[in-house]
Design a protein around this ligand. Structure first.
Ligand code: PEP
Ligand code: MN
Length: 440
């Protein structure tokens, strides 16, 4: 755990005005929240979490904000990805290593093509809460809302929301973050010597560093993110941040938080909560978003016109992106705010296969990205990044790709706790396709 430097503009004491705004934000209607059966127990857990150490340091979050400002200005590219839903059982070194590894390989392909630095943000170390389309499943049981709320087994006991799970989620996120730091320090990519140009590799070694040993890697810079969904959890680990244009709160739980398609009500708690945060914020925009709403989001979430403060994540579906995205981009651009335009080509392209699996076709994912790049090229705006559900493991959850995964292949290794992810091979293939789009 990094220690906060003495005299930093961060601390536990939140000024009364900000505390009042926080209470008002949380009093607004909040979609997609569990109903804890015992409010007293939930309150006790929130009280315990109030004393928890932050998992991320505000200085790291501030550095990410600077990186994202470059993305907004067209000088860098944002790659965000990982599991749809992390699970407690899946919070293992091999899994985290595999997911960071595939992100690094994707980043390598993108950086090589675009000639721009790639900012890497993992869906990791806290992506435990899930929004759902319904409240009960086919059996009439409460839906699974992620390991931070309940358990996926088909029994009433497993599906009953349990606030104690928020403590488990915090512990899992903290240990995952420790591992992310360790793996980043070691370096996640290919050994430098294997990257070919030894001269280039030498110059990447620390100044005055030792000669390159076989297996040496450059340290990696990866930030962590999750959906800002479960407000009882998110509200519990906040730091006062006096470093910006107005006093705000810095989440100690992730560098980057995004608001999902199902919780972006303009009068709701999630938007009001995000307004108070100093962290960079993402916002998913589905096909129902109007250009007027988009401008209202930008006004609310980027009041100081900070480049890269807000990432607008379009997830329109491959058949709709070319029609629905342009008026949004035009109106937001005319407003003068410098947002990051990011494409999530997964969530608008979900369907159920003939044999009953929630899946996505690789070709649809690529087509939505192609549409996204076409729109930005035509409008002269920067296609700033992608947000994808991927894993470094050899799963069979999405159709297509070079290996030609077919519906009959899906049952073999369909392991996701929620939405279907691209496997390692499909992920790298996707990055190579995007690399082609970046080259233009
Ligand atoms: C997600 O990112 O897993 C998700 C639920 O996305 P969306 O809010 O865009 O549907
Ligand atoms: Mn998902």
């Amino acid at each position: 755990m990094p220690h906060l430097p003495a005299g930093a503009a961060h601390g536990r004491a939140v000024d009364p005005v900000l505390a009042g705004r926080l209470s008002a934000a949380l009093a607004r209607p909040a979609a997609q929240q569990p109903r804890w059966p015992d409010a007293g127990r939930a309150g006790a857990v929130i009280g315990l979490l109030h004393n928890a150490e932050p998992i991320v340091a505000p200085e790291e979050t501030a550095l990410l904000s600077r990186r994202l400002a470059s993305v907004a200005r067209g000088e860098a590219f944002l790659l965000q990805g990982g599991d749809c839903a992390e699970t407690f059982a899946g919070n293992t070194e091999p899994h985290l290593r595999a997911n960071l590894g595939v992100l690094e390989r994707m980043a390598g392909a993108l950086a090589g093509a675009g000639g721009l630095p790639v900012v890497k943000v993992a869906r990791m170390a806290g992506q435990f809460a899930k929004p759902r389309s319904g409240t009960v499943d086919a059996l009439g049981l409460p839906v699974y809302r992620g390991d931070i709320v309940n358990s996926p087994e088909h029994t009433a006991a497993a599906r009953t929301p349990d606030p104690h799970r928020m403590l488990m989620a915090y512990a899992h996120a903290a240990s995952a973050m420790d591992l992310v730091r360790k793996l980043c320090a070691e370096g996640i990519g290919e050994p430098l010597a294997a990257q070919g140009a030894l001269a280039g590799a030498r110059s990447a070694a620390p100044a005055g560093g030792r000669p390159l040993a076989e297996g040496d890697r450059a340290p990696s810079e990866v930030y962590v993110s999750h959906e800002l969904l479960l407000l009882d959890y998110e509200r519990a680990v906040l730091w006062a941040d006096a470093g910006g244009p107005e006093p705000r709160l810095s989440s100690g739980l992730a560098h980057f938080l995004w608001i999902g398609e199902r919780t972006r009500q303009l009068d709701g708690a999630h938007i009001a909560f995000a307004e108070l945060l100093s962290n960079p914020i993402g916002l998913k925009l589905g096909p129902g978003t109007t250009p007027e709403q988009a401008v209202e989001y930008v006004r609310r979430l980027d009041p100081h016109r900070t480049p890269g403060r807000l990432t607008l994540v379009s997830r329109m579906g491959h058949g709709q992106v070319r029609e629905y995205l342009p008026p949004i981009v035009e109106k937001v651009t005319a407003s003068g705010h410098e947002v990051i335009w990011q494409c999530d080509p997964m969530h608008g392209n979900t369907r159920t296969s003939g044999n009953g699996y929630k899946t996505r076709h690789f070709a649809h994912v690529v087509d939505e990205l192609a549409g996204f790049f076409e729109v930005h090229r035509r409008l002269g705006t920067h296609a700033g990044g992608i947000h994808v559900e991927v894993t470094g493991e050899d799963v069979t959850e999405c159709l297509g790709g070079a290996a030609g995964i077919a519906e009959a292949d899906l049952p073999a290794r369909y392991l996701t706790a929620c939405d279907p992810r691209l496997n390692a091979e499909q992920s790298v293939e996707l990055a190579l396709s995007v690399a082609g789009m970046l080259r233009g």
